[in-house]
Design a binder for this molecule. Structure first.
Ligand code: FE2
Ligand code: FE2
Length: 340
């Protein structure tokens, strides 16, 4: 899924001023910015300022971690899907998320940090991932709400990333976005089925919306006035819209869908402003966001514990694959010698 604009101090300011201190780097910096301003792509072997590299290492790996951790809340319902058709669609979606994680780790590796190092950052708890995946999925309706809202928010965030200045990230995003749009539709369709079902099914859909609405709005990150690292990301064309702009786009797209479902949003302040043409929302509880991000959400510990267990359980598979690859390499080398 899901990159999240997290409120961290950017490393770039010092990197840029250091670069400016050396005339040859100033020339490289000017060339680098000219490529970006011309809407061309920066590729792995191109020169780039340290701040740009570090920002992308952090953002792409957080995005990859989110895809992988994001498999857990939905994996929770695989064995209890209400029909074979629902199970097949959910299974396909979760497998897509694994694929997204792998494209993104591959893109992040081109920035000079290995996949194993990124894994280690996640497993040690040092790396962040999207706060939304630390909430539990309590009912089947949550599979609808997650697809409709979480993947819907991810699409808003990720469509502009298809034009990100870093080539490997932008190209990965194009495929990811196509799949996310399938995820969003299958989630909405689950909600629609429940809302057209019995009163109990509709109540289940309403409850899922009530629980997920505010955490989903938090996925876009802190408000622009509290966000510390938008300026460099905007200049480098990593981020094309601010957190608040993306949140507004998402709300504008989603509220009519919720009304079509016959559901209500858990926000008494949600009103349409005729002058601006946008929906306006009530205050977001940022203390909850900070708490969840700091590790104290309802499921943070469970998510990391599961990931660590999976990593440990998979050790023998990785060892066997490496041993097989080595045996194959030796066999091919021996066959080549015999043929000469
Ligand atoms: Fe995804
Ligand atoms: Fe998705």
């Amino acid at each position: 899924m899901y990159t999240q604009a997290l409120n961290e101090k950017p490393p770039s300011d010092t990197a840029i001023s250091a670069a400016k201190a050396r005339p040859e780097d100033a020339a490289k910096l000017a060339r680098f910015q000219a490529i970006i301003d011309a809407e061309e792509k920066i590729e792995p072997n191109d020169w780039m300022p340290d701040g740009y590299r570090r920002t992308l290492q952090r953002q792409i790996s957080q995005h990859a971690h989110s895809e992988i951790i994001g498999m857990q809340p939905e994996g929770n319902w695989l064995t209890r899907a209400p029909s074979l058709k629902r199970k097949a669609a959910l299974l396909a979606k979760i497998q897509d998320e694994a694929g997204h994680g792998h494209y993104l780790y591959s893109a992040a590796e081109t920035l000079g940090i290995s996949r194993e190092q990124y894994y280690e950052q996640l497993l040690s708890g040092r790396a962040k991932y999207s706060s939304i995946f630390n909430y539990p999925t309590l009912t089947w309706a949550d599979m609808g709400a997650v697809g409709w809202l979480v993947d819907g928010a991810a699409i808003m965030n990720q469509i502009p990333l298809c034009r990100c200045s870093y080539g490997p990230y932008a190209r990965a995003m194009i495929r990811v976005c196509k799949e996310e749009s399938f995820h969003q539709r299958q989630g909405f369709e689950i909600m629609l089925t429940l809302c057209r079902g019995t009163p109990a099914q509709k109540a289940m859909a309403q409850d899922a919306l009530d629980r997920f609405w505010w955490p989903v709005l938090m996925m876009f990150g802190p408000s622009d006035k509290d966000s510390m690292h938008s300026a460099d990301s905007a200049k480098w064309k990593i981020k094309r819209f601010s957190n608040d702009e993306l949140r507004e786009k998402f709300i504008d797209a989603t509220v009519p869908q919720g009304k079509f479902l016959g559901l209500t949003f858990p926000d008494p302040h949600l009103t349409f402003n005729d002058t601006t043409g946008h929906w306006e929302h009530g205050p977001i509880d940022w203390s909850e966001f900070k708490r969840v991000l700091a590790g104290d959400g309802p499921c943070n510990r469970q998510r990391l514990r599961n990931r660590r267990t999976s990593e440990a359980d998979g050790t023998w598979v990785r060892e066997a694959a490496l041993a097989y690859a080595e045996k194959r390499r030796q066999r091919l080398a021996a066959a080549k010698v015999a043929a000469e």
